[in-house]
Design a protein around this ligand. Structure first.
Ligand code: TXA
Ligand code: MG
Length: 329
């Protein structure tokens, strides 16, 4: 991008065609979304994307979100779309939710700041959707502020930061939501909220069952457990397939306790808080409910050995499935 100042036009919907033309030609256009204004470039044009980083003064190790107008178009930027992404899009797209997915080879690395995943969002704003459709590509767009300043919720904020640097700011009035989208990473075993936003954990849980919040804590859906209330402790409760997974979740949740047979617990370090169900199916069935009642008073998270593959413990498993809502770690 030339360092010469350019004339910045602020224009309404009648400028969308012009905006699309600028984007196709490798230029930058600021546009409204329902969250904050974005600073867009063709996500597949590395020089154009580089100019976003220059215009914002953004560190080049901070990846950009790629915006699309419809789910079908997303395929160009990602190499794999898990079923859960389609479920989330059904409920939350267009909307303030960005999904991190594995990137496709076609998407330049500069867009994702060198990493092999990409954030994808379908914004819920008519101007943004029209601009993206008409440009015929995915639009890489961070918030349209100078790096380090607050995100713009009015075209005037964008003008303050970007005047002289970009040719066009599309006007869309005050943005509805006012904070940036929720960023949810779907590339890990358990989905992780990297940035909280208007799509909350409570809204995501019915679809995901389990999610790690932005503080790194595992949060489990209450609704499956609620259906079987008399088997459900008052605190979150999950099944653990292995001692290793039990320990991992234990370390992520202060105030947790691990519950299982003596043979399961014997593999745990002494420092871990754990309580035994006994060993035989009979012992375990006898102790399970009273133990859960006791533990829910003293602990904030219960991790129970999974019995799903153990024939002799079928009755116990049948109850525990309701206790954990079927959530396994
Ligand atoms: O609401 C929004 O998300 C706005 C509008 C314009 O869509 N965009 C926005 O972009 O806030 P930006 O660049 O200001 O913030 C994107 C956030 C950053 O924290 C970035 O690190 C993270 O999303 N992010 C983007 N791609 C990622 C990836 N592949 N993996 C992890 N984090 C990613
Ligand atoms: Mg930003």
């Amino acid at each position: 991008m030339s360092l010469d100042r350019i004339n910045t036009v602020v224009g309404g919907a009648e400028y969308i065609d012009e905006g699309a033309r600028i984007l196709r030609a490798g230029g930058l256009v600021a546009f409204p979304t329902e969250t904050v204004y974005g600073l867009g470039a063709d996500a597949f044009n590395p020089e154009a994307v580089l100019n976003i980083f220059k215009a914002k003064g953004r560190p080049q190790d901070n990846p950009l979100i790629v915006h699309y107008a419809s789910v079908e178009d997303v395929k160009g930027a990602v190499s794999h779309i898990p079923d859960v992404a389609y479920k989330l899009w059904e409920t939350f797209s267009p909307g303030p939710l960005t999904l991190v997915l594995p990137k496709s080879d076609a998407l330049p690395l500069v867009t994702t700041a060198g990493i092999n995943t990409v954030g994808i969002r379908i914004p819920n704003h008519p101007v943004a959707l029209e601009l993206i459709k008409k440009s015929g590509t995915g639009i890489a767009a961070p918030s349209a502020n100078t790096s380090g300043r607050v995100s713009p919720t009015l075209s005037a904020h964008v003008y303050e930061d970007m005047q002289g640097k970009i040719p066009l700011i599309l006007e869309g009035g005050q943005t509805d939501i006012g904070i940036e989208s929720t960023v949810l990473d779907l590339t890990k075993d358990t989905p992780i909220v990297l940035r909280p936003g208007a799509v909350t954990i409570e809204m995501l849980l019915p679809v995901l069952g389990k999610v790690i919040n932005h503080k790194g804590e595992v949060v489990v859906a209450e609704s499956p457990g609620m259906k079987y209330k008399h088997y459900a402790p008052t605190c979150p409760c999950v099944g653990a397939k292995s001692v290793e997974s039990a320990l991992r979740v234990y370390s992520e949740n202060p105030g947790a306790v691990i519950v299982g047979r003596d043979s399961f617990l014997s593999a745990l370090p002494n420092s871990v808080t754990a309580r035994s169900l006994g060993e035989s199916p009979k012992e375990c069935m006898r102790s399970v409910f009273s133990l859960l009642r006791e533990l829910e008073k003293d602990y904030s998270y219960i991790i129970i050995e999974d019995f799903s593959d153990k024939e002799e413990y079928f009755a116990l498993y049948n109850r525990l499935k309701k206790t954990t809502g079927g959530v396994l770690v």
